[in-house]
Design a binder for this molecule. Structure first.
Ligand SMILES: [Zn+2]
Length: 242
């Protein structure tokens, strides 16, 4: 009987291992996703910054072109001034020149504001490039390892399960079935250890008579509440009996 209990404990250890692999099967693809998403987001942010900068530069060129056109117009008007006959025409042309000069100074202050925005966007682009480089370096460093781990998990689960099944065949069929059902339905835990006089699986207080049975290790003891196989830690037993 003691041998059977030892086998059950070993089986539970292997099922714990399988449980950990299953957690990794859930967690690792998420980590991989996160790594890829960071690169994608950084790429999007950089593209947005570069697009914004290109738009600013386009606007700058358009405004510079407008200033140039106005300046040429002013030059043309200025030469016309000398050949003007009437005072009225002279005044009209002069006010046209004044209007264009106002326009130019307005455009120039807009250009200054654009330069400030461009400086900000340039700084943001530098940051984005840095973030992207870091995200790509992180991906390069971790992606391969993560993928390899994910690929081997199913294999590890299979081999651990085979190891467990090899142990299981030494036990009575009814006991294996009961064990298997609890693994399936009781959160991957068929074996619970007594913990301060309670079931480590559900917390139910173990009766005195059962505590003695647990120490004797002469039969399989089940928790009266959750049905899990109860055991004392092997270490506890050796210190208690020896
Ligand atoms: Zn219990």
């Amino acid at each position: 009987m003691k041998e059977q209990l030892k086998v059950l404990a070993e089986m539970q250890k292997l099922d714990d291992k399988i449980g950990q692999y299953r957690v990794l099967q859930d967690v690792l693809p998420k980590q991989l996703n996160e790594i890829n998403e960071k690169v994608e987001q950084a790429t999007i942010d950089l593209l947005a910054g570069e697009t914004e900068k290109a738009e600013i530069n386009k606007l700058q060129r358009a405004q510079e072109g407008e200033i140039k056109t106005h300046q040429e117009q002013i030059k043309k008007y200025s030469t016309q001034l000398s050949s003007i006959k009437t005072n009225k025409e002279y005044k009209a042309l002069n006010s046209e020149i004044a209007y264009l000069k106002d326009k130019i100074s307005e455009l120039e202050s807009q250009l200054l504001a654009l330069m400030d925005t461009e400086t900000e966007v340039k700084a943001r682009i530098v940051d984005c490039k840095k973030v992207l480089a870091e995200a790509e370096a992180n991906k390069k460093a971790k992606e391969g390892d993560l993928k390899a781990q994910i690929d081997t998990l199913e294999e590890k689960i299979e081999s651990t399960r085979a190891e467990r099944n090899k142990l299981a065949v030494t036990l009575p069929v009814a006991l294996i079935k009961r064990y298997g059902n609890m693994i399936k339905n009781k959160g991957n835990q068929a074996v619970a250890y007594s913990h301060d006089g309670s079931c480590g699986g559900c917390g139910f207080v173990i009766r005195q008579q059962m505590r003695i049975e647990l120490q004797l290790r002469e039969k399989v003891v089940y928790c009266e509440n959750c049905g899990r196989i109860l055991m004392n830690h092997i270490q506890e037993d050796t210190t208690e009996t020896g």
